[in-house]
Design a protein around this ligand. Structure first.
Ligand SMILES: Cc1cc2nc3c(=O)[nH]c(=O)nc-3n(C[C@H](O)[C@H](O)[C@H](O)COP(=O)(O)O)c2cc1C
Length: 325
């Protein structure tokens, strides 16, 4: 038995489980492991220093899996933007046919570049109105990211229990439920709420193949659902990160009304990356979601995806059907 949805059909994958783009984590080892497990692995474009390096990473991923995989392009609000178009051109030239996008409306220019090449665009957003406008612009899949998620939940604070069915009521194209998913109960719930599959970030960082130091994986097992902080609230660029010494300093500074410039040195991307590599979990900030409360082990991606799907099947077949009288 398997779970077949519009997502498995469209993306030609075995299981309706997608690994969202993850800065510093979404490299070939991660993406190929998820794709080989029957889900959709995604390389993170901007984790590579330039377009040429991304092209090489895509080739490396191709050598590690013959299954479909995608690339994430996130357009950040930043003063010195990377050359997004060069990265996108590298994706087009590589022949990759699935791209996850996220970020500011400037991402539309990238959609226009990719669409003529038959690339399926999964757009991740945090509000129904943004989903509808992306659908109108021609994207192929909406990934709707609830308040529970790691990374950027937006400013509306609508949890998945409301956001997913609200999106399912209006979005006509296939829908991925994102934010707070990590086990079979979540997958069964997402399908019940009207989604065609799930997108996971945090849960995939606590796997054998995730290319981060063991200390982070162990910490996620130890952490509970309260182990996150919302930072940058006062700058209207909210991010959910793992609670640590740095995130607490940022929260305290924002409470005192300090401007971004005064915390910028704490939240530098390079600090986050150094921490993930060296195992110092208090060196910088790192994205992690509330799902940490449901992470109790560090399986391989294959074991994780297989378990999620098997558990969801059992819930649908036994628990839910068994309640019908
Ligand atoms: C370590 C990490 C880094 C992330 N980096 C990005 C990113 O660069 N671009 C992006 O669109 N989403 C990023 N995300 C968000 C994920 O793609 C996904 O939307 C999110 O993790 C879903 O919520 P969950 O963590 O509860 O599964 C990141 C998540 C994590 C855990």
């Amino acid at each position: 038995m398997a779970i077949r949805t519009r997502i498995t059909d469209m993306l030609e994958i075995e299981h309706p489980v997608v690994q969202g783009g993850m800065q510093w984590v979404g490299v070939a080892e991660m993406a190929s492991a998820v794709s080989n497990a029957g889900g959709l692995g995604i390389l993170t474009g901007l984790t590579q220093p330039d377009a040429k390096a991304l092209a090489a990473e895509i080739e490396r991923c191709k050598s590690m899996t013959d299954k479909p995989f995608g690339v994430n392009m996130t357009v950040f609000p930043t003063i010195n933007p990377p050359d997004y178009k060069a990265y996108t051109q590298a994706i087009i030239d590589s022949g990759v046919k699935i791209v996850e996008t996220a970020g500011t409306p400037a991402v539309r220019e990238l959609w226009e570049m990719m669409k003529p090449h038959g690339i399926k665009i999964l757009h991740k957003c945090t509000a129904v109105r943004h989903a509808l406008s992306a659908e109108k612009a021609g994207v192929d899949v909406i990934s709707i990211d609830g308040f529970e998620c790691a990374g950027h939940p937006g400013e509306d604070d609508i949890p998945g229990l409301i956001l997913i069915p609200a999106a399912a009521d209006k979005v006509k194209i296939p829908l991925l439920a994102s934010g707070g998913f990590g086990d079979g109960r979540g997958l069964a719930a997402a399908l019940a709420l009207g989604a065609d599959g799930i997108n996971m970030g945090t849960r995939f960082t606590a796997t054998v193949e995730a290319p981060i130091a063991q200390a982070f994986k162990d910490l996620m097992v130890a952490n509970d659902e309260r182990s996150t902080d919302l930072i940058f609230r006062t700058y209207r660029n909210t991010a959910r990160v793992a609670k640590n010494e740095i995130s607490q300093q940022v929260v305290a500074a924002e409470r005192e009304g300090k401007p971004f410039e005064e915390v910028a040195y704490l939240v530098k991307g390079v600090r986050g990356r150094e921490g993930l590599q060296t195992g110092d979990t208090n060196h910088g900030i790192w994205s992690a979601g509330m799902i940490q409360g449901l992470i109790h082990d560090i399986p391989t991606c294959h074991d994780l995806v297989t378990r999620i799907v098997a558990d969801a099947e059992a819930i649908i077949r036994q628990r839910l059907t068994g309640m019908l009288v």
